[in-house]
Design a protein around this ligand. Structure first.
Ligand SMILES: NC(=O)c1ccc[n+]([C@@H]2O[C@H](COP(=O)([O-])OP(=O)(O)OC[C@H]3O[C@@H](n4cnc5c(N)ncnc54)[C@H](OP(=O)(O)O)[C@@H]3O)[C@@H](O)[C@H]2O)c1
Length: 233
């Protein structure tokens, strides 16, 4: 396979939503503990999230003053020598995420994420000074498209250049939809909290398409249902 094995790992409401206030209820907090434990135990090479999730969970809207950085025009991927450990792969087509370090440093987040090596996945749309900022921070980046990130190209680079064999896809709904339409989700790992969501909350796959999965595990943990499916065929 010319890409990493992809496990879409998500906490969901019983009505199939993955975003919104339901995630802050007591029921979901308990589900998230189960979710984090699975994240730590899967031993993947890292996790992938969309720009909105990375901002909400880790960067908090910080953005550097790009006028302080030189434009970088070499047009190549940037991979520092000392890339190791668990990767935090950000699908950030326009370079909107402001990181304060090249690793996740968030004492409030689950320990399964702390210290993860950030990798930015970008498109040609990015401000070239943002590349200067990333290089000054020793944050690796790869290009994977002109205006939209090609999931296939990004995954091929993550495997062949960086060496990722398995990655967790951890939301939100928009990025999950891109992966599902690209037909690259090998496994679903779902923690279903005993709660329903609001009407505008988003589904597991935004603009998803049909695909067949086979149930491989179903168990109840602390009042949540934990389901595993593998892609058929
Ligand atoms: N239930 C769970 O387990 C779980 C897990 C994670 C997150 N969440 C929730 O999900 C919410 C955010 O989800 P979301 O669906 O709004 O956003 P998202 O999927 O986190 O991020 C979407 C953004 O990522 C970028 N992107 C991703 N794939 C792309 C592609 N192939 N090509 C171009 N751009 C791509 C785009 O950034 P630009 O907008 O910059 O173009 C897009 O708008 C958060 O509120 C969080 O609470 C839930």
């Amino acid at each position: 396979m010319n890409r990493p094995y992809i496990i879409c790992h998500m906490t969901m409401s019983v009505d199939g939503k993955v975003t919104g206030d339901f995630l802050s209820t007591d029921a979901s907090t308990a589900a998230c503990e189960v979710y984090y434990e699975i994240n730590r135990n899967r031993k993947a090479n890292g996790f992938i999230c969309g720009r909105v999730t990375m901002e909400g969970s880790f960067t908090g809207g910080y953005y550097p003053d790009l006028s302080e950085y030189k434009s970088v025009n070499h047009g190549k991927d940037f991979l520092p020598d000392d890339m190791t450990g668990f990767y935090a792969v950000a699908f950030d087509p326009k370079g909107k995420l402001g990181w304060k370090s090249n690793r996740i440093e968030d004492p409030d987040s689950d320990p399964g994420y702390d210290g993860a090596q950030i990798i930015e996945v970008l498109t040609e749309q990015v401000d070239k000074r943002y590349l200067g900022y990333l290089e000054s921070m020793e944050i690796p980046y790869i290009f994977a498209g002109e205006t939209e990130i090609s999931v296939e190209l990004a995954l091929s680079k993550l495997k062949n250049i960086i060496g990722c064999e398995a990655l967790l896809l951890e939301g939100g709904s928009i990025i999950n939809g891109f992966f599902q339409r690209a037909d690259v989700i090998d496994e679903l790992s779902l923690v279903i909290a005993p709660v329903t969501a609001e009407k505008d909350d988003k589904p597991l796959f935004m603009h998803g398409s049909m695909a067949d999965f086979e149930l491989t595990k179903a168990e109840s943990i602390n009042g949540n249902v934990v389901l595993n499916y593998k892609r058929k065929g």
